[in-house]
Design a protein around this ligand. Structure first.
Ligand code: SAH
Ligand code: SF4
Ligand code: F3S
Length: 479
């Protein structure tokens, strides 16, 4: 397809070569069209997925495309998929149906799919057979190759499908287009080794692999230099950073508490967050690092999933209700004001009313500031999918409503504890509903709206937390 002698074999040179080639191609097509070719990327999944989208956008811009907010009118449409629950898949197929109709009227539109759902063989089969209007497909392990795959497609005009099985050979030093100028995610590890029995992530994201501290620190320094104030360290289970072996790195010689301490002490890192923590590996050492570093945000997302020891065991979570509550106590003793949030699954196979009451009990005791509640979704290929005692839908619905009720009542009550306090708030955006207001977040991740100019976006200011309104605050700047 191209002069192979010219194509570098080494990465990332190879990808930069393809970005240049794509740029020539896109320029030529833009000239023909009398306008710059556009792209649109939709993210369906979690923070990790959203961060992947930033990398994909960076590559697309290096290829000469311009971003458009309108998917319908874009020349290149990319859907970055998620498969954590069944409804994520249903949504994607619905979306593809709509795109089919649009593409009929605009045959030049190029449609690409990537992300976690593409790592499932049955999905690839369905796309091959039923969704012929999809032009390019790749998975979670080769997003770095977007320019190469696109070049192949644009030159040959034949469908390109490339899904890999491991992270081996993946490259990092590629462009990124970040959503915000003042906050940024930094991957510290990829994949998951925990195999919770309901979860598909280990199958679609592979084994845990950690980036080296040098790589991470280089990225952090570059971000700080470019004006980033808040950094979020990303991984499915950040607490096992550096421990597990893997495709791109084995033992990095550093634990998560050591790493986060190093990042927190880097000059210019105003705020530091991390996501997600598995309760079984959250160490006292980490709690101590949080306690002694003011710039580590006072918020931990600590998914509990269930309060029942039987269910936790069947989920393979490897902690008990008691050990989870004891961990919460240790965290609260060290950092009393900390905000704790969680994820809960309702209707895991075999969940009894008694099990469910244990979950409600944990919610009452921990008093989460927010809890994301999910109805158990059967994922093909996971152990729990073949458990026989799946819970009746009506029972699940009833439990879900009761849980939501409890979670909201407690969260609203807990939110009030900040009333009358003055907090440091990082201004993030213009208020979407009301002109003249901006929206920011406290260290505890509480959202507050207050009167201020949009020019303040990206700055940290002191805000009086005047009135709690459910999950958010109305405030007033006081500095
Ligand atoms: N790595 C994170 C979670 C990533 S998935 C952790 O272990 O904490 C985000 C959340 O989706 C999970 O915490 C869980 O509550 C939910 N989830 C995962 N698989 C699910 C399934 N099959 N059905 C319903 N919810 C699920
Ligand atoms: Fe899924 Fe469990 Fe891994 Fe989280 S820790 S990604 S829930 S397998
Ligand atoms: Fe979804 Fe993949 Fe994240 S399945 S939740 S996008 S890791």
């Amino acid at each position: 397809m191209d002069n192979n002698l010219l194509v570098p074999e080494q990465e990332p040179d190879r990808q930069y070569y393809y970005m240049d080639e794509m740029k020539k191609l896109v320029l030529e097509k833009s000239r023909e069209a009398g306008r710059t070719l556009t792209y649109n990327v939709t993210t369906f999944g979690c923070q990790m997925n959203a961060h992947d989208s930033e990398k994909l956008k960076g590559i697309l811009e290096a290829c000469g495309f311009e971003e458009t907010g309108e998917e319908d009118g874009a020349d290149f449409v990319l859907l970055n998929t998620c498969t954590i629950r069944e409804n994520a898949n249903t949504r994607l197929y619905g979306h593809l149906g709509q795109l089919k109709a649009i593409k009929r009227g605009r045959p030049d539109m190029v449609i690409a799919l990537c992300g976690c759902m593409m790592q499932e063989p049955h999905v690839i089969e369905a796309i091959k057979n039923k969704y012929r209007h999809v032009d390019v497909v790749f998975g979670t392990f080769n997003i770095y190759k977007l320019a190469e795959l696109l070049y192949k497609y644009y030159v040959n005009r034949e469908r390109v499908i490339e899904v890999l099985e491991t992270h081996a050979g993946a490259v990092e030093a590629l462009p990124q287009k970040r959503k915000f100028g003042f906050k940024a995610g930094v991957n510290i590890m990829y994949g998951c080794n925990n195999f919770c029995t309901y979860c598909i992530v280990p199958y679609v994201r592979g084994r845990e692999t950690s980036r080296t501290p040098e790589e991470i620190m280089n990225e952090v320094r570059l971000l700080v230099k470019s004006g980033v104030k808040e950094i979020m360290l990303l991984g499915q289970n950040v607490n096992s950073y550096g421990i597990a072996g893997g495709d791109i790195g084995g033992f990095t010689g550093m634990s998560f508490p050591e790493l986060i301490k190093m990042v927190a002490e880097e000059p210019g890192v105003e705020r530091l967050r991390f996501m997600t923590s598995h309760p079984k590996d959250l160490s006292d050492e980490l709690i101590e690092v949080i306690r002694t570093h003011e710039n580590i945000c006072r918020h931990i997302h600590l998914p509990v999933q269930s309060g029942s020891n039987d269910v936790l065991k069947k989920m393979n979570r490897r902690y008990t209700k008691e050990s989870y509550l004891a961990l919460v106590d240790r965290i609260r003793k060290a950092v009393p004001d900390i905000s704790l949030t969680t994820d809960i699954i309702v209707g895991f196979p075999g969940e009894t009313e008694e099990d469910f009451l244990d979950t409600l009990d944990v919610v009452e005791r921990v008093k989460y500031d927010q809890a994301f509640t999910f109805i158990y979704s059967k994922r093909t290929g996971t152990p729990a999918a073949s458990y026989e005692d799946q819970v009746d839908e009506a029972v699940i619905k009833d439990r879900f409503d009761r849980l939501l009720d409890k979670v909201n009542t407690i969260a609203h009550r807990e939110m009030k504890r900040f009333e009358g306090r003055v907090c440091d708030v990082l201004v993030e955006e213009k208020n979407r509903q009301e002109e003249g207001l901006v929206t920011g977040r406290t260290s505890e991740n509480v959202t507050v709206h207050f009167k201020e100019e949009a020019s303040l976006i990206g700055s940290t200011v002191k805000v009086l937390m005047k009135e709690a309104k459910g999950f958010y605050y109305m405030g007033e700047r006081v500095d």
